[in-house]
Design a protein around this ligand. Structure first.
Ligand code: PMV
Length: 361
């Protein structure tokens, strides 16, 4: 598919007004997306676990304007209150997607959005937020064109979400989602995420992700700046190749449930992401002393207990602790007894692998 396939023809239906609600989850990358080309095209392919508990719920209430305006007409409410801060981001998103959703300027939109996790938790809400909004907007298009197939809907929702925030395109479906062209993955595309198309061992169906809120501060480096750092990065080419290789290796890991190799790849990806930030110009150290304490404790405990607990990181100090369902008692006891002291006010979120966005109304 190309970008052109997402430009609609004349809509067969008219819709005056309506209301749509979606809840869309966050996701955690196992192979990281870090570096992009123009138009939100990723510099390398990535794969993620869709989450369940960390989600954004968005309601879009819309009515048709008398005549199509020259600008986007919308109000934004975040957690029940009018919010001006997020408006420029939405405005940019609308500008990017208006060619694919040409009805946008013909409606006034009231967007009401809320996260299941605390806003100042250091957990990025762009993936869940942008995917929830993309889904609501595309649902309006589906009302204008009820013949749209579910397959096309899912692809286009991911395509649109990507234009809001790259990683958001991996939040439409579950449970494992790959985004970015990879020659060994059939159907993979730079334009949208796809459900991982090969066999996945049962052990991954119910994986846990306990998110440790080590540092709830504001992000030190925005995604846009962060991705930009890969442009003249001395290790960029090797890094992008490594992501391709890791995806190739993961195929048999997912198939066989090979947790030892899974751990090697996932931890290496997390540390490489941070290594890229530490070796770029300017450089950023986003881990905190407590992040390193937690990493060391996880490795020690894994060795001692024979469990398969491992960690991954986002572009921040918080730690995602990953472990299989059949080890949850042992690992969660360890998290409670030994890791929560490194979190701000012991805060953590018990999440697990999820199955994608849901239409609520
Ligand atoms: O979606 P963005 O532009 O905020 O980038 C997300 C980048 C990472 O979270 C660090 C990695 C990833 O693949 O999700």
């Amino acid at each position: 598919m190309t970008e052109k396939d997402f430009i609609p023809g004349v809509y067969p239906q008219k819709v005056e007004k309506g209301q749509i609600t979606y809840s869309s989850p966050s996701n955690i990358a196992l192979v990281k997306y870090w570096g992009k080309k123009e138009n939100q095209i990723p510099a390398n392919p990535s794969v993620s676990f869709t989450l369940e508990a960390c989600a954004t719920t968005t309601t879009v209430t819309f009515y048709e304007l008398g005549s199509a305006g020259s600008h986007f007409s919308f109000d934004l409410f975040f957690e029940g209150r009018p919010n001006e801060d997020f408006k420029p981001k939405i405005q940019t998103f609308f500008k990017r997607i208006t060619v694919y959703l040409p009805f946008l300027k013909s409606y006034h939109l009231k967007i009401e959005t809320a996260n299941s996790f605390p806003h100042s938790s250091g957990i990025a809400s762009s993936a869940s937020g942008m995917s929830a909004l993309a889904l609501c907007l595309l649902e309006i298009e589906r009302e204008l064109n009820p013949e749209m197939t579910q397959e096309y809907f899912t692809r286009k929702a991911s395509f649109l979400a990507r234009l809001g925030s790259g990683s958001a395109c991996r939040s439409i479906e579950g449970d494992l989602v790959q985004w970015g062209a990879h020659k060994e993955t059939e159907g993979s595309s730079d334009l949208f995420g796809i459900k991982y198309p090969y066999k996945v061992h049962n052990v991954f169906n119910s994986y846990h992700d306990t998110i440790l809120l080590v540092d709830k501060g504001k992000k030190q480096v925005s995604s846009t700046i962060g991705h930009g750092l890969m442009h003249d990065h001395p290790f960029a080419a090797q890094r992008f190749q490594q992501a391709h290789n890791n995806l190739s290796k993961l195929r048999s890991v997912f198939e066989k449930g090979d947790l030892d190799t899974f751990i090697e790849i996932v931890e290496s990806e997390a540390l490489t992401l941070h290594a890229m930030m530490m070796t770029s110009q300017p450089s950023f150290v986003l881990m905190k002393p407590n992040t390193l304490e937690v990493i060391q404790k996880i490795r020690d405990f894994r060795e001692k207990s024979g469990t398969h607990v491992c960690f991954t990181l986002d572009a921040g100090a918080n730690v995602h602790v990953l472990y299989p369902e059949n080890e949850k008692e042992k690992v969660y006891a360890f998290v409670k007894n030994e890791l929560l002291v490194y979190c701000e006010n012991q805060q953590h979120i018990c999440d697990r692998i999820g199955y994608g966005a849901k239409k609520l109304g």
